[in-house]
Design a protein around this ligand. Structure first.
Ligand SMILES: Cc1cc2nc3c(=O)[nH]c(=O)nc-3n(C[C@H](O)[C@H](O)[C@H](O)COP(=O)(O)OP(=O)(O)OC[C@H]3O[C@@H](n4cnc5c(N)ncnc54)[C@H](O)[C@@H]3O)c2cc1C
Length: 277
């Protein structure tokens, strides 16, 4: 009999399943998506999260894979506005969410667990009775002792149980682009730009598949994001933003930079939709 059914294998579901498994609880972890998402999504791991990862035994792996961020810098109309340096004890690490999920999935496997992909929870009631739609179209009815809803912002578990979202949502949509930048971008700093024409930000990222490698100074992976309604200002020193932007089917379209000092080649692009309760 399944002790705990965890619905959703994003960071929340993976951590929950690992924590339960290492305490000897029987866990079934299902996810409707056929494969993990390839996008960067959440990038920064802050000290409280690192403490959770340490408890799971993956902190050293995460530290090898991630880049430390030493400061945030803010710009207004291209002019430096403020710098926020972090002492070591408060500094975040930058790691694309797909990498965090990959490390957590490896740990899950070490603990004897697995993600059942393409398995969607369709119903659950207050007794825990649940229906799973399997990849071959069959329905499986199960009755675990506990159900954990880790199925994201539009949680089916929450809706089926008639629960209200505790808290509030902030409506915003924006684009996130992974790219390789060439030029004099500083290491270990995240930059936030705003101007009357829009806002955007960028973070240096570890190179995909290289673990922690300090990335070559002249071809540095980075991730940028900006609200999809905005267009980053261009021509305002010391930077110029993407001249055009758009997302189609998960890949970047029409993305280009007009800066004289550096340029960027996009790899992936995804839009974060406004949060839905
Ligand atoms: C483009 C983008 C950019 C983002 N940027 C940031 C950022 O900069 N900083 C930040 O803090 N956060 C960011 N986020 C949000 C961050 O990704 C989420 O907060 C995080 O993924 C939440 O983790 P989770 O495990 O709770 O849910 P999710 O990662 O959403 O995982 C939920 C999982 O449940 C599965 N699922 C859903 N319904 C069912 C069902 N009925 N049955 C089975 N499985 C189901 C889904 O397939 C999914 O894998 C971003 C998100 C996006 C999309």
């Amino acid at each position: 009999m399944t002790g705990v059914l965890v619905v959703g294998a994003g960071p929340s579901g993976l951590v929950t399943a690992c924590e339960l498994l290492r305490r000897g609880v029987t866990v079934r972890l299902v996810d409707a998506a056929p494969r993990p998402a390839p996008y960067s999504k959440a990038l920064l791991l802050w000290p409280p999260t690192l403490r959770v990862l340490a408890g799971l035994g993956v902190r050293a792996t995460v530290e090898r894979a991630a880049l430390p961020i030493r400061a945030f810098r803010y710009f207004s109309g291209g002019r430096p506005l403020a710098a926020l340096p972090f002492p070591d004890s408060l500094a975040p690490l930058c790691l694309p969410q797909r990498e965090t999920e990959r490390i957590l999935t490896d740990r899950l496997h070490q603990l004897g667990g697995a993600v059942e992909r393409g398995v969607r929870l369709t119903t659950v009631d207050g007794t825990g009775a649940a229906t799973l739609a399997l990849p071959d179209g069959r329905l499986e009815h199960i009755h675990p002792q506990w159900v954990v809803g880790a199925d994201g912002a539009s949680s089916t578990v929450r809706k089926r149980l008639g629960l209200r979202l505790a808290g509030s949502t902030h409506e915003e949509s924006y684009l996130v682009v992974d790219a390789t930048a060439t030029g004099p971008l500083p290491d270990g700093e995240a930059h936030y730009h705003q101007s009357p024409r829009g806002r955007w930000s960028w973070w240096p990222c570890p190179a995909a598949g290289t673990g922690s490698s300090p990335t070559p100074a002249r071809a540095r992976p980075w991730t940028a994001s900006w609200p999809s309604a905005d267009r980053p200002a261009s021509g305002s020193a010391p930077w110029s933003g993407p001249a055009r932007s758009g997302c189609t089917g998960g890949s970047a379209r029409g993305f280009s930079t007009a800066a004289s000092s550096w340029s960027a080649t996009p790899h992936t692009c995804t839009a974060r939709p406004a949060a839905r309760a």
